[in-house]
Design a protein around this ligand. Structure first.
Ligand code: 5AD
Length: 336
């Protein structure tokens, strides 16, 4: 099933009436490029300070109830050491847009991890920065960068974000990251307030244009201390449909079964993500005490993933659906 030539109207219809075998088709396409492997990345949520005020997000500047924390370089390295013991070959350093860390601080952190583990891949996910900063991080050793576009529709973007944030800036950052040679991740929420199927179709068309190596897709989940606290959340079915369609749009992409998906269905959310075409999982290596404060939305899944037993559990979960947990770097197949 080739959807790469469909126009916005056709994609909209597909989103509204997905074929019953969409997930099967998505898994087939994924298997052609990555076999049955599911790649693990160790996630380190190193700061929940943020200068932005995105209306959906629990760690927005305006949320005075958020309990803020940031990890020191030494604490971050401890997380990596633990991750190394558990067998991870790649770390994702994610945080709010925390102005306390200068570009030099970030470079120092990346460089120190790379120095300790030259063969491991490092992903940054710290928001919109200048081209120069992105370049500095790359020189320090960063391999990949995640920056969700959130929604590819201008009007919708403006309803989710304060006036000082622009979709054009976000897109410009993504193109810069691609140009600089990062394996680049875009992504969006499904079921965010005011979203329509036509806007989700635009997300697919934007992905086709950008050709990111990774795409993070998860349901919107309301957070009570945000302006969107009273909205209903995104559904699991729609999220799985968008995962599968993204797989068909970008057959070689690395697509995580996200924490937000696992939050909606704690029993089977991740598995259903893999069965819809996802091939990445990001266990959390953030120290337990801080973890619950990285509260992007309510009831965020927060199992003790840094535990070896949890990794075994994940391994079993993946093998129960015919997959195999892969702890290698898991680069995009065009980067090998
Ligand atoms: N529900 C779901 N996802 C959210 N994110 C932020 N707030 C929410 C929410 N309320 C997502 C955004 C962001 C990523 C780190 O988490 O897409 O890019």
């Amino acid at each position: 099933m080739d959807i790469t030539g469909l126009n916005k109207k056709e994609l909209t219809e597909l989103i509204q009436n997905p074929p019953v075998d969409l997930g099967v088709e998505a898994v087939r396409v994924k298997t052609e490029h990555y076999g049955n492997r599911v790649f693990a990345r160790g996630l380190i949520e190193f700061t929940n300070y943020c200068k932005n005020n995105c209306l959906y997000c629990g760690i927005r500047l305006g949320n005075k109830n958020a309990v803020r924390y940031r990890l020191s370089k030494e604490e971050i390295i401890k997380c990596c050491e633990r991750g190394n013991e558990l067998g991870f070959s790649t770390f994702v350093l994610q945080g709010g847009e925390d102005t306390k860390y200068t570009a030099d601080d970030i470079c120092d952190i990346v460089f120190s991890i790379k120095n300790l583990y030259p063969d491991k891949a490092i992903t940054l996910s710290i928001g919109e920065k200048s081209r120069e900063e992105y370049k500095m991080y790359k020189s320090a050793g960063a391999d990949r960068y995640l920056l969700r576009h959130e929604t590819a529709d201008d009007v919708h973007y403006n309803r989710l974000h304060p006036k000082n944030m622009k979709l054009s800036d976000r897109k410009k950052c993504l193109y810069t990251l691609k140009e600089l040679g990062y394996q680049t991740g875009a992504g969006f929420m499904v079921g965010s307030p005011y979203q329509t199927s036509a806007e989700l179709a635009e997300d697919l068309l934007f992905l086709k244009e950008l050709q990111p190596e990774m795409v993070g897709i998860g349901p919107f989940i309301p957070h009570c201390d945000t302006p969107f606290g009273e909205f209903s959340g995104g559904g699991i079915e729609n999220t799985l449909t968008m995962l599968s369609l993204t797989r068909l749009m970008l057959p070689k992409a690395l697509l995580p079964a996200t924490t937000a998906l696992a939050t909606l269905d704690s029993e089977n959310g991740r598995k259903r993500g893999f069965m819809a075409g996802a091939n990445v999982v990001m266990p959390n290596l953030t120290p337990k005490i801080q973890r619950e404060n990285y509260s992007l939305y309510n009831n965020k899944a927060s199992s003790g993933n840094e535990d070896a037993a949890e990794i075994e559990h994940l391994r079993e979960e993946i093998s129960s659906i015919g997959g195999v947990l892969d702890m290698s770097r898991g680069d995009h197949c065009s980067f090998n």
